[in-house]
Structure formats: structure tokens, C-alpha cells
Write a protein that binds this ligand. Structure first.
Ligand code: MRU
Length: 325
């Protein structure tokens, strides 16, 4: 099953609930925009390209349940801001909503929105395969590749961006091993990246985020590849911790790559203009249901950080490899 798809029979968006992985593989249905917004905020569906596709299908939900064209617009506006940092969410919503506006009645609007959302989902897979081809050429047989967070098929409709590069390299006959950083506080690296790589029998070793410098200094990493939530004028915004790995990779002369579709590019904007999502203090105070910090401690919990192009060897896109120089 893909990370998400439209269920024609139930008129619903079907998603893998990523908060339950790796303990449980469960599909959930969203029939209302509010359910989808809740799923996005709680990270049941997450990762920039997957948010783009979810946003596009969310417009279909709005056309299904809202009563007037105006109320479709209101639902769509709420959906677009469910998470602020990845540009793909508004990209997906805008694409499907602009398509919907070609319809006169809600039924027509829904038909146009669904066609566009399905097209976007298919494009996502094709784009990731292209990123994989371009990126695979940068990897050598025997490479150990470090990654952070989850930029795999769970973060997209299928295949993945950073992990898509690794999948394509392996499909092309290269032996590649992966080091996955756990990605505190929500552990997308330990819960999702390791899970999906093991499903494909790709060798992966899990480390904590704070081990990356030691592992790189020990010569255990040949390349680093991560995804992106937004590529801006001066660099890349991605999961918190990305900048730290880029600094360390540069200190050890290890190439640091970003794999991202052009739909994640927002090249005219500065990183200073982008809202970095701050998440709930509970994510640091609790580990699952276990309290691991005093309840009244002051917490700072940004979900993303910014890495300047000076630290990035290249950005791998579906149109080719872009060298920041
Ligand atoms: O908070 P998340 O899990 O949505 O963050 C995801 C990331 O930071 C990914 O690295 C990014 O979206 C790229 S996914 C291809």
C-alpha cells in the first residue's frame, strides 16, 4: 500500500497511521477535512511530499462535505495552515483547489480536484524515481550513507527522496548500507526509516543523533543524504538536527546531499521569512507515556532547522543535480 491513497468506494482518504509504527501497521480513513487536519497535526501523515498529496486529497474532502463554494474555500484555508514549514502542503492544496475552481457545481469541483490530486500523487512517485536515478549516480558501490528523520516512502506517496536515492542505487546493483539517526524528539529515524528499510531488506544501523560526530570521525560514513521541507534562497529547511549533521559532515569532509523535488523549492524566499513550527513541550517532557522531565520545565521545541548552501554539496532534484556554487 502507498502511504496514502483515495478510496473510491468509501469516498475517503486512506493513510498509514505513522504514529503507530513500528509497533502496529494500521490504515485509517479521513472523510472530513477536520479529521485530516488532526492527522496532519499529530503526524499520522507527515513528510513534505506526503503532506502535499494529503493536502490535495483534502480539497477533495472539502468538496465532498462542504455545502457551498465559499465553505469549500474556508475548509481549504484551514487545511493549508495545518503545518506551516513544509511548502508542499500549500502547494498540494493550491493545485487541487485551482483545479476544483474549474467546476460550477460541487460535484464538478470534486471531480476536478480528485483528478488533480491523483495526478499529483502519480507525479510524486515518478519524480522520486527520477531523483533516485540522478542521486544514485553520486553513490559508489559499498558506500555507507547516513540519513536523518524519514525522507522515505512514508514521507512521500511512494519510493522516497533521500531513501529513494538509496533504493535506486541498490536496484542498480550497488551495495549500500544506511546509518539512521533516531531523530529526537519524535523519532522518525528510529521508528520509520529503520522500519521501511528493513521491510525492503536494506541494511541499516540505528544511532542516536548525538552519535553522528563520533561515527563520522571514525570514518564509518561515506555520504550523508537528507530530505527537505523547503529549499529557500540561502539553503535548506529540514528536520531539526539536519544542520548539526551538516556542520559535522563538513568538518570531516564528508559530502552532504539534500534530495528534494522542485515542489519543495521556494527559491525567492529567505529562511528568515519561513515559519519554523514549534511543537508542544509534552514531546520533550514525555517519552511515549513516560515522564522524563519535570512538568514545569521551560521547553524549546522547534521541529525544523536551516542549513546554508555552504554546507551542502548538492541538491538532487528530478531535473538533475544542482550544485549551489
Ligand atoms: O515533522 P516531519 O516528520 O513531517 O518532518 C519530515 C522531514 O523533516 C523530512 O526530512 C522532510 O519532510 C523531507 S521528506 C521527503
Amino acid at each position: 500500500m502507498r502511504t496514502l491513497d483515495w478510496d473510491e468506494d468509501k469516498d475517503a482518504l486512506r493513510l498509514i497511521d505513522q504514529t503507530l509504527l513500528p509497533r502496529e501497521y494500521k490504515l485509517i480513513e479521513c472523510k472530513h477535512v477536520d479529521e485530516l487536519i488532526a492527522a496532519i497535526k499529530s503526524l499520522k501523515v507527515r513528510g513534505a511530499p506526503a503532506l502535499g498529496a494529503a493536502g490535495a486529497f483534502g480539497v477533495v474532502l472539502a468538496c465532498t462535505t462542504a455545502i457551498t463554494k465559499e465553505s469549500v474555500k474556508q475548509e481549504v484555508t484551514k487545511l493549508k495552515i495545518a503545518r506551516p514549514t513544509a511548502i508542499n502542503l500549500s502547494y498540494g492544496v493550491n493545485r487541487a483547489f485551482n483545479a476544483a475552481l474549474r467546476g460550477e457545481t460541487r460535484i464538478e469541483m470534486k471531480r476536478y480536484a480528485l483528478a488533480e490530486a491523483n495526478l499529483l500523487a502519480e507525479e510524486d512517485v515518478a519524480v522520486n524515481k527520477k531523483i533516485g536515478e540522478y542521486g544514485s549516480a553520486l553513490l559508489d558501490d559499498g558506500d555507507v550513507v547516513m540519513t536523518h528523520c524519514n525522507a522515505g516512502r512514508l514521507a512521500c506517496v511512494d519510493w522516497g527522496t533521500a531513501l529513494g536515492v538509496i533504493r535506486t542505487a541498490i536496484a542498480n546493483g550497488k551495495r549500500i548500507e544506511v546509518i539512521s539517526c533516531e531523530t529526537r524528539p519524535l523519532n522518525q529515524g528510529s521508528r520509520l526509516t529503520t522500519w521501511e528499510l528493513l521491510q525492503d531488506k536494506i541494511p541499516v544501523t540505528l544511532i542516536t543523533d548525538s552519535m553522528s560526530a563520533t561515527v563520522m570521525r571514525a570514518g564509518k560514513v561515506d555520504k550523508v543524504i537528507v530530505g527537505a521541507d523547503r529549499v529557500v534562497k540561502e539553503g535548506v529547511i529540514n528536520k531539526i538536527g539536519t544542520y548539526m549533521h551538516a556542520v559535522v559532515a563538513n568538518a570531516h569532509k564528508i559530502p552532504f546531499y539534500v534530495a528534494a523535488p522542485l515542489s519543495s523549492f521556494d527559491s525567492d524566499r529567505s529562511y528568515k521569512e519561513v515559519e519554523i513550527e514549534e511543537r508542544s513541550p509534552e514531546e520533550l517532557i514525555y517519552f511515549g507515556s513516560e515522564q522524563i522531565a519535570p512538568l514545569d520545565v521551560n521547553v524549546y521545541n522547534p521541529a525544523f532547522d536551516f542549513t546554508p548552501f555552504e554546507l551542502i554539496e548538492a541538491v538532487i532534484t528530478e531535473k538533475g543535480v544542482v550544485y549551489p556554487d
